[in-house]
Design a protein around this ligand. Structure first.
Ligand SMILES: Nc1nc2c(ncn2[C@@H]2O[C@H](COP(=O)(O)OP(=O)(O)O)[C@@H](O)[C@H]2O)c(=O)[nH]1
Ligand SMILES: [Mg+2]
Ligand SMILES: [Zn+2]
Length: 307
C-alpha cells in the first residue's frame, strides 16, 4: 500500500492513502546514506505501508526516493539535520511591503536556498489593500523589476480583501506540492485558510489525534487541496538558513550569474575583484542587478562568519 506522509509528530505519522488518512508508525531502522538525520521520515515522503492486523493503523516499511527536500540544522543535536519537507514542486514566498516590510536580502536568501533545493518560487506580495507610501510603491516596483525577469513570478494581492484569491491561485496550485513560506505576520495562515478552508479544523483534529503534550508547531504540515495538490505550511522560517554552501557554489544559486559561470578567468573566481571576472563585467553593464549582487556579497560574508 502506497501513501504520502502529510503530518509527523516524531513517532507517529499521518499518511494519506487515496482520500483516507492512516496513522502509521515505523518498523525497524531506515538506512540514510550520507545524511545524519533526526527524522528518518518527513512530511511529503511517499511511503510503502502494511496494514496492521485487526487495527486501523499501519507500519511504514519503505520510503520511496525523494525528489528533493528542505533541510535545516537540528536544534537538538549538533551535526544532525532535520528534513522539514520533501518532494516539493514549488514555493510560494509571501512578502509584504509594510507591516512588516520584507527585505530584499531576505527574499534573496530564500531564493538561494530554494535554488539549491531546485524548487521554483513565486513571490506573493500580500496586503496590497494597506495604505502604501511612495516608498512602498517604489519597493514593489523594485521587486517586480528585479525578480520577474529572473523567472520568479510576482503576484501582488490582498488575501483579506480580494475576492478572486482562489481564482487567481488555484490554477497555480492544483496538482502540485507547494511550500508556503515567508516572515511571520505576512498572511500565510490567511492564505492557507482561503485555499483550504478546512485547514483550521484539520489542524485541530490532527492535534487531538496525536499524542498529548507533543509540541507539534515545530513540524511542517501538509494540507491536501481540492482536486489534487498540497500546501505545506512551515513554521520557524527564521531558521530556514543556507546550509553548507561553499563560496564557490553560491553563485550557482543566483540564476542570473549561473549563465556566466565558467567564463571567468579563474575557475575559483568568487566574483569579488578578480581580474577577468565576467560576473563583475555583466554587473557593470547592467545585466546583473546591483541589489542582487549586493545580496550575493552579503551571503558570501555571512557564510564565512559561520565557520
Ligand atoms: N490588511 C491586510 N491584512 C492582512 C492580509 N492578510 C493577512 N492579514 C493580517 O495580517 C495578520 C497576520 O496574518 P497571518 O495569516 O496570521 O500571517 P502568518 O503569520 O504569515 O500566518 C493578521 O492580523 C491578518 O488578518 C491582507 O491581505 N491585508
Ligand atoms: Mg501563520
Ligand atoms: Zn568571477
Amino acid at each position: 500500500m502506497k501513501g504520502r506522509v502529510i503530518k509527523s509528530t516524531g513517532s507517529w505519522y499521518m499518511v494519506q492513502v487515496g482520500d483516507k488518512l492512516l496513522q502509521c508508525r515505523l518498523r525497524g531502522k531506515f538506512k540514510q546514506d550520507d545524511l545524519k538525520l533526526t527524522n528518518p521520515i518527513a512530511v511529503g515522503d511517499y511511503v510503502e505501508m502494511e496494514q496492521e492486523q485487526d487495527q486501523d493503523t499501519a507500519v511504514i516499511t519503505e520510503i520511496l526516493p525523494r525528489e528533493n527536500y528542505i533541510i535545516r540544522k537540528s536544534t537538538r543535536k549538533t551535526h544532525f539535520s532535520h528534513i522539514m519537507a520533501s518532494n516539493i514542486d514549488q514555493a510560494f514566498l509571501v512578502v509584504t511591503l509594510r507591516n512588516p516590510r520584507t527585505s530584499l536580502g531576505f527574499i534573496d536568501r530564500f531564493l538561494v536556498s530554494a535554488e539549491s533545493f531546485r524548487i521554483p518560487t513565486t513571490i506573493v506580495v500580500n496586503k496590497m489593500d494597506q495604505k502604501h507610501t511612495d516608498k512602498d510603491w517604489a519597493f514593489l516596483e523594485d521587486i517586480m523589476e528585479i525578480y520577474e525577469p529572473l523567472g520568479y513570478p510576482v503576484i501582488p494581492m490582498s488575501v483579506l480583501v480580494d475576492e478572486d484569491v482562489e481564482e487567481k491561485l488555484m490554477p497555480l496550485l492544483q496538482g502540485k506540492t507547494t511550500l508556503l513560506t515567508g516572515h511571520s505576520g505576512v498572511g500565510k495562515s490567511s492564505l492557507l485558510n482561503k485555499i483550504v478552508p478546512e485547514a483550521t479544523q484539520a489542524i485541530k483534529d490532527i492535534s487531538k489525534f496525536t499524542t498529548k503534550g507533543v509540541h507539534t508547531t515545530t513540524f511542517a504540515e501538509m494540507f491536501p487541496i481540492k482536486d489534487g495538490g498540497y500546501i505545506i505550511d512551515t513554521p520557524g522560517i527564521k531558521e530556514f538558513g543556507i546550509l553548507d554552501i561553499d563560496d564557490n557554489e553560491l553563485s550557482h544559486y543566483f540564476v542570473e550569474m549561473r549563465q556566466y559561470l565558467g567564463q571567468c578567468k579563474y575557475n575559483n573566481c568568487k566574483h569579488l575583484n578578480e581580474p577577468g571576472c565576467v560576473v563583475l563585467e555583466k554587473l557593470e553593464k547592467g545585466y546583473i542587478h546591483p541589489y542582487r549582487y549586493d545580496s550575493y556579497i552579503r551571503i558570501l560574508h555571512e557564510e564565512d562568519s559561520y565557520r
